[in-house]
Design a protein around this ligand. Structure first.
Ligand code: MSP
Length: 657
């Protein structure tokens, strides 16, 4: 196919808010879009895969202030800094063709032009906004949109707010947008259409507030200083400015617009399926062909969020389990359109069952047998036999079945089809029993056929797995001796493309089995550390409000005491027994539950402070006459204790007052 005849395919992910490091939930959509882009390239399409970051808004302004940096420095750090967004996509082997930052000059200038155009055509007008405002979501809501009086998106508190603002005539497009959603396949899955129509369109679309005066970190409205463009105009048009709309930086608009699909998370479907088409209608621009609203990865049924301490760090998981294992898990385990409950157990199970047991074993068993029985190179002789046909017919039709699922963004089903073939091939080994065939030289041709059928199954499956686990597929191809000419979409549909006299190269296990117990313990340890890091750095006991009069205070007899001996109390983890010189000439014994904090030897000779007129108490059968004073607090969730020590020049028995 020549370059100009190639089918074009333009796919986008949402652009991410760099208000915090990305977690595994963010990775989900980008990995899915990457699989889709790779699949389309494999099919021979001319692909444009766009992702990026959405860097303006009040939340960023506030976070930067709290961090003591400028908003630009703040976002630069999260986007381009170490282990930032760009690093993450590189690690995850994301093959985006372009990356847009909404702070890029060309985008900012284009947004100003777009805003002005809509103002000039009358679809943006100036008014005053009164409503319920949710600061974290930067959204105004009407009373009727609130859920139990709270923000319908994040469930947080809202407050009354009013400001002079520009509005977009969203209401004008309600009818056309409704038609688009109900009469075409613009929005999928279909369940999301009802949600949009019933919750937003039919109750009445109100005009949308599209500027702010309450913060400055945004694209300035160039004809009205003090106003900045509200993030959704700024954010949504990234899909077009990144192709050169209203700017000279790029020149791909006519080639790639309209987009074939926008992948978006379910909570931003509203913006993409109602507001976005309405804005495009306002400017008389072609609409994207499809918006696909995928589900969320949740944990224990709840949203992933830093404050819950359950953010799953893709860096940690990729390092522990491998990038491909993580990519595979995300798309194999959950149907793309619905929510999926993430758990580490599930991740490890998927790796061990599908990748280590099924795929990994098939590759290593097959290559090991070809090496053992044929010294690595298959002879040309063949002998067909029982079981061949059922394997070959299943695998021969695989590419089309995968394609049918990929076209519907059903990654889980596409992988299911591939793994049915992998499982079938493992069963074929048990059925044909190569080890038995190998015992008799007369079976050589039959044994070679069995080996070939296995290698050919692996070749076809690995080709179809390329969009999901590209690096591992390269390793598989190297092991089974498949050259670049037989790793193509066209050859994935034709049985028998692998050379009949192929040479294999058995290598290391591609997907080592994960020791679940060890891995879970390690993850739990990391989780605990993470929880601790979320706790306030320092906590002290609350101050008592009840006043104590001076005379009562003076009734406590505080004395300097010197440690003559100190030892742990038998059968107690906590107690230390102190023998103290209190200046009276008679040793004083005090028991104190501080063994967790001190070893007895380190306290010998120290001058401590004790209350000496407390009534004696018995602990573990021993008498304690008084109490040692200490300072206590909590640091990152851990209890800390320091005995009060005074200068050693202070004599035993000195009164503290
Ligand atoms: N900046 C907007 C998007 C503008 S697009 C013109 C935004 N950014 S975001 O960083 O908050 O979210 C980006 C995407 O990550 C959204 O599609 C959101 O649904 C997705 N996810 C965030 N947490 C997620 C999960 N736990 N699971 C799956 N996707 C999740 O929204």
């Amino acid at each position: 196919m020549c370059d100009t005849c190639k089918k074009k395919f333009y796919i986008t992910t949402p652009i991410y808010y760099p208000s915090a490091k990305l977690h595994i939930g963010h990775t989900y959509c980008t990995v899915a879009a990457d699989a889709m882009a790779r699949y389309k390239r494999l099919q021979g399409c001319d692909v444009m895969f766009l992702t990026g970051t959405d860097e303006h808004g009040q939340k960023i302004e506030e976070k930067a202030k709290a961090a003591g940096v400028t908003p630009q420095q703040f976002v630069d750090n999260i986007v381009t800094g170490e282990k930032g967004v760009l690093d993450l996509w590189k690690l995850m082997n994301i093959s985006n063709d372009r990356f847009i930052r909404t702070t890029d000059d060309y985008h900012v200038a284009a947004i100003q032009k777009i805003f002005r155009k809509m103002y000039e055509n009358g679809d943006i007008y100036k008014g005053s906004y009164k409503g319920k405002y949710c600061t974290p979501c930067e959204s105004f809501w009407t009373e009727s949109q609130l859920k139990d009086g709270k923000c319908p998106d994040c469930g947080g508190e809202v407050h009354d707010a009013q400001e002079e603002a520009y509005f977009f005539r969203l209401s004008k497009y309600a009818g056309r947008v409704r038609k688009l959603l109900t009469e075409t396949d613009f929005l999928e899955p279909k369940s999301r259409v009802n949600e949009m129509v019933n919750n937003f369109i039919d109750p009445g679309l109100e005009d949308l507030c599209v500027s702010r005066t309450s913060f400055t970190w945004g694209v300035p409205v160039d004809f009205d200083p003090g106003h900045v463009v509200y993030v959704w105009i700024d954010a949504l048009f990234n899909y077009m400015t990144a192709l050169g709309f209203e700017n000279d930086k790029y020149d791909d608009l006519s080639k790639f617009w309209p987009a074939d699909v926008h992948f978006v998370g379910k909570e931003i479907v509203r913006f993409h399926s109602i507001i976005w088409p309405a804005m495009l209608m306002s400017l008389d621009l072609p609409l994207p062909k499809k918006v696909y609203g995928h589900g969320w990865l949740v944990m224990d049924g709840g949203k992933m969020s830093k404050s819950k301490g359950n953010v799953v760090d893709p860096y940690v998981l990729a390092e522990m389990f491998g990038v491909d294992a993580l990519r595979f898990f995300l798309l194999r385990t959950f149907p793309f359109g619905s929510d999926g409950n993430f758990s580490n157990e599930l991740l490890i199970n998927t790796i061990n069952i599908d990748l280590a047991n099924d795929l990994g074993n098939l590759v290593s068993r097959t290559t090991a047998m070809v090496e053992k029985y044929f010294g690595g190179t298959l002879p040309a002789e063949r002998a067909a036999g029982e079981f061949d046909e059922s394997l070959i017919s299943l695998v021969s039709g695989l590419r089309d079945r995968v394609e049918a699922q990929m076209e519907k963004f059903q990654f889980q089903n596409a992988l299911e089809e591939i793994f049915k073939c992998i499982q079938r091939a493992n069963k074929y080994i048990d059925e044909t029993m190569p080890w038995a065939l190998a015992k008799d030289e007369a079976n050589k041709a039959r044994l070679a056929t069995v080996m070939y059928n296995l290698l050919e199954t692996i070749r076809i499956c690995a080709t179809l797995l390329l969009p999901f686990i590209p690096a591992s597929c390269e390793k598989i191809f190297a092991q089974i001796g498949a050259g670049a000419d037989v790793q193509t979409w066209d050859t994935a549909n034709v049985w028998g493309k692998l050379s009949q006299t192929v040479t294999v190269h058995k290598g290391d296990a591609i997907f080592p089995r994960v020791d679940a117990e060890k891995a879970l313990a390690k993850l739990e340890e990391l989780h605990q550390e993470q929880l601790k890091s979320l706790l306030p750095a320092l906590e002290v006991e609350p101050y008592l409000t009840e006043k104590v009069d001076f005379d009562t205070f003076c009734k406590s007899d505080l004395r300097a005491v010197k440690v003559k001996a100190c030892e742990p109390v038998k059968k107690s983890d906590k107690l230390l027994k102190f023998t103290l010189d209190d200046g009276t000439g008679t040793d004083r014994q005090i028991l104190s539950g501080i063994h967790k904090f001190y070893e007895p030897d380190e306290l010998l000779g120290k001058t401590l402070v004790a209350i000496v007129n407390l009534p004696p108490r018995k602990m573990m059968g021993l008498e304690s006459c008084g109490m040692l004073l200490s300072a206590v607090h909590t640091e990152k969730g851990e209890e800390k204790l320091h005995l009060v020590m005074v200068d050693d020049s202070i004599p035993a028995g000195a009164k503290l007052c």
